[in-house]
Design a protein around this ligand. Structure first.
Ligand code: BGC
Length: 716
């Protein structure tokens, strides 16, 4: 039985300004306790302790949701932590709830007070229960956390005396929106020791952790009272080797710690940063790099996919893609983890969802986020460009709103469970109906302002939208989403005739209106969404466009997820491989050559001459272009889903070896067991090896085998 909904919110009487409050509740169990559970959440992010020991290990609890509609609480078993007299303390940071968000730094988006609500349920041995809920007997004071914000970091004063406790007062917030924890919790997942300290040409003392990541730094120091240890975080050094923070825009990512006497350890409580380097801005001489360690923080999702091949740079790219996912799966899928943004941009999530779902088990993660997407969807079906929606006044955009259909469909395909479709179907239909209602032509989406093929390299100077016709892209995604809705309704056993018919009408309207495809993206989406009438011609055109461009890519966010498949599924695997193995700018491996350890936002985030893309929007940890990861699993190693038997209940294996690689292997742990597929050139022959937990159709060249579960080796 959950009691938190019957509890009351409490808050400090005074405004503590930037200081984080600490709440305190002292209680004694009256009889022998059989079990004790703490249910708790906050208007902000909280960390709770009992008798000095941390409760749970959820970083940035209660996570990020559309709080006004869905506010998660967590339940912790504290039975083993109870003593005769107990003290629970809770600190609350501003978090997403009240802290600055978005480049223009909106704050207090969901509320203005750092309130908490909690219920401790003690079940005694004799079967009776006692509930201790947040009330005016709880005390509250300013804590040593003097400042804490997501973008700006934290200030902690270890000399601060906790003595001014006051009684908490009630805050009349609702409990109707409280929901139990849904997604995986965010945890400290890995510790990384520094590679070393360097002194930059500017004379800055910089510690390099060797990997761009998301999380924070911890240190242990034998300090002197009043000494300050201040450090800032950055993703990269500039061309001259100096610490580079211009791309963070206004985000300070700075930690300030004031020491007490003696040995002490610290790590931020309510903030996280995107970084590879820290710069010691102020620190006594006794501080050195050996005292520091980086801690990687992300949602505790289970790793399921692996890829490796004979090409070291491709392996590095794959690792960078996985790091991009780690860095941006912190309770919600974000665009980036470092600058004053870190938002749930919907296009970014939909272009990456397939790769994400092979790398890790992200079913619960997406189910939670998609419920927020649906909860915030407008009455006319419009979907936010970010979820949770902190932009309010936005122009619904093709490729962004389609997260409403593409994400649930992919989660269904990868894991084979209908729940996500059941949860999302109204939202999916809503988005399609929104597109249907736009523009003068009923079966196209034309005339609206769009973000289009975002950051495509064929963009006219000074714009981000790419050269592809935005009406064409919008109509193509309208077709795709409508087709997905028709398929989803069929899976759910519901009448889908309306959307099948609508899809047909969109396809004919598209063919009528868009007869020529002039960019890589226009060709790719027309092929992959089955819109192009003369597939062979369009595929040839796409291959030509790529070749004429020196085997270089020009696509942006909306074309990149499709260009590789559009080539390889239409007889141009070799051209797709050329794109993937291209090392000159623009290409995936260009960033690897430039020393990237995560995927960049722009093909040219850092240029060969060391200059940077405009500071206004230049993240070095943006997973969107990491969507090419799915091609490594699906095409290089050939592990594919069968739409009719999703979740890999039935497997399709059709690897496409290319001599530029000597060997490749991949594995995906599906709900039915681990699928493995690999190949190796031995002279002119290729040895294929498969491990199949379920029956599969295996296609090698023009040969097809229907195989049962088992291990197989073939040589051709
Ligand atoms: C984000 C993107 C996002 C875009 C759309 C950017 O600032 O980082 O990844 O999709 O804005 O406007």
């Amino acid at each position: 039985m959950s009691y938190i909904k019957f509890a009351k919110w409490i808050r400090p009487k005074k405004d503590y300004g930037e200081a984080c409050p600490i709440y305190k509740c002292e209680f004694e169990a009256k009889k022998q306790v059989k079990s004790a559970v703490l249910e708790i959440t906050a208007m902000g992010v909280y960390e709770a302790h009992i008798n000095g020991e941390r409760i749970g290990d959820f970083i940035m609890a209660p996570g990020w949701t559309a709080y006004d509609k869905r506010h998660q609480y967590q339940s912790y078993d504290i039975t083993d932590k109870l003593k005769s007299g107990n003290e629970i303390t809770v600190t609350v940071g501003k978090g997403w709830y009240r802290g600055d968000l978005v480049i223009w730094r909106d704050n207090n988006i969901w509320g203005t007070v750092p309130a908490i609500i909690a219920a401790i349920t003690l079940v005694y041995d004799d079967g009776t229960e006692e509930i201790i809920s947040t009330d005016k007997k709880w005390k509250v004071a300013e804590s040593p956390i003097r400042f804490s914000q997501i973008y700006d970091g934290e200030t902690y004063d270890a000399t601060y005396k906790l003595d001014e406790w006051e009684d908490a007062v009630y805050y009349y917030g609702t409990t109707l929106n409280l929901i139990p924890q849904e997604g995986e919790i965010v945890r400290e997942m890995e510790h990384i020791k520094p590679l070393g300290m360097l002194v930059t040409p500017k004379g800055e003392r910089v510690i390099d952790f060797g990997q761009n990541m998301t999380g924070y730094v911890t240190f242990k120091v034998d300090g002197r009272k009043g000494d300050k240890i201040v450090y800032s975080h950055a993703e990269t050094l500039d061309f001259d080797g100096n610490f580079y923070t211009a791309n963070l825009r206004s985000a300070k990512q700075r930690v300030e710690y004031i020491c007490r006497d003696g040995v002490q350890e610290y790590k931020p409580h309510h903030s996280f940063m995107g970084f590879r380097y820290i710069r010691l801005d102020d620190a006594p001489d006794y501080v050195n790099e050996d005292m520091f360690e980086a801690i990687v923080v992300h949602s505790d999702i289970k790793r399921t996919g692996y890829f490796e091949c004979s090409h070291e740079k491709l392996n590095k790219l794959y690792q960078n893609i996985v790091w991009g996912q780690r860095g941006n799966f912190l309770d919600i899928p974000t665009d980036c983890p470092q600058r004053d943004e870190r938002l749930g941009w919907t296009a970014d999530a939909q272009v990456f969802v397939k790769t994400a779902s092979y790398n890790y088990d992200v079913q619960k993660f997406f189910e939670k986020w998609l419920k927020d997407l649906a909860a915030e969807q407008h009455n006319n079906g419009a979907v936010g460009n970010v979820v949770p929606d902190v932009l309010y006044d936005f122009t619904p955009a093709t490729g962004w709103g389609d997260a409403a259909t593409i994400c649930p469909w992919q989660i269904y395909l990868t894991y084979g469970e209908k729940t996500v479709l059941e949860n999302q179907i109204d939202s999916m239909i809503g988005w399609v109906e929104f597109m249907h209602s736009r523009g003068e032509e009923e079966f196209l989406w034309c005339g609206d302002e769009q973000m289009g093929d975002w950051l495509a390299l064929d963009a006219p100077e000074g714009t981000n939208t790419g050269a592809s016709d935005t009406d064409l892209i919008a109509s193509a995604y309208f077709a795709l989403s409508t087709e997905i809705v028709a398929k989803a309704l069929k899976v759910l056993g519901r009448d889908n005739s309306k959307y099948e018919e609508m899809h047909k009408r969109i396809v004919s309207a598209y063919r009528e209106r868009f007869k020529e495809y002039k960019t890589q993206t226009e060709c790719a989406v027309s092929l992959m969404f089955n819109l192009a009438e003369n597939r062979d011609e369009v595929a040839e055109k796409l291959a030509d466009l790529v070749k004429k461009n020196g085997n270089k890519i020009t696509t942006g966010f909306l074309g990149t997820p499709y260009i590789m498949d559009a080539l390889s599924e239409n007889g141009y695997e070799d051209v797709a491989y050329s794109l993937l193995l291209q090392e000159e700018y623009p290409s995936w491996l260009f960033s690897v050559n430039m020393g990237a350890t995560t995927v960049w936002e722009h093909w040219d985030s850092m240029r060969a001459d060391g200059t940077m893309w405009h500071t206004g929007m230049n993240s070095f940890n943006h997973y969107a272009y990491g969507c090419v990861g799915s091609w490594m699993y699906e095409t290089i190693c050939g592990i594919k889903l069968d739409e009719e038997n999703p979740g890999f209940e039935r497997i399709v294996i059709c690897p496409k070896p290319d001599k530029r690689l000597k060997w490749a292997k991949a594995s995906i742990e599906s709900r039915f067991g681990t699928i493995k597929s690999g190949w190796e050139f031995t002279g002119d022959e290729v040895v294929y090896e498969f491990e199949l937990p379920r029956p599969a159709r295996v296609e090698i060249g023009n040969k097809t085998f229907e195989l049962g579960a088992g291990k197989y080796t073939y040589k051709f």
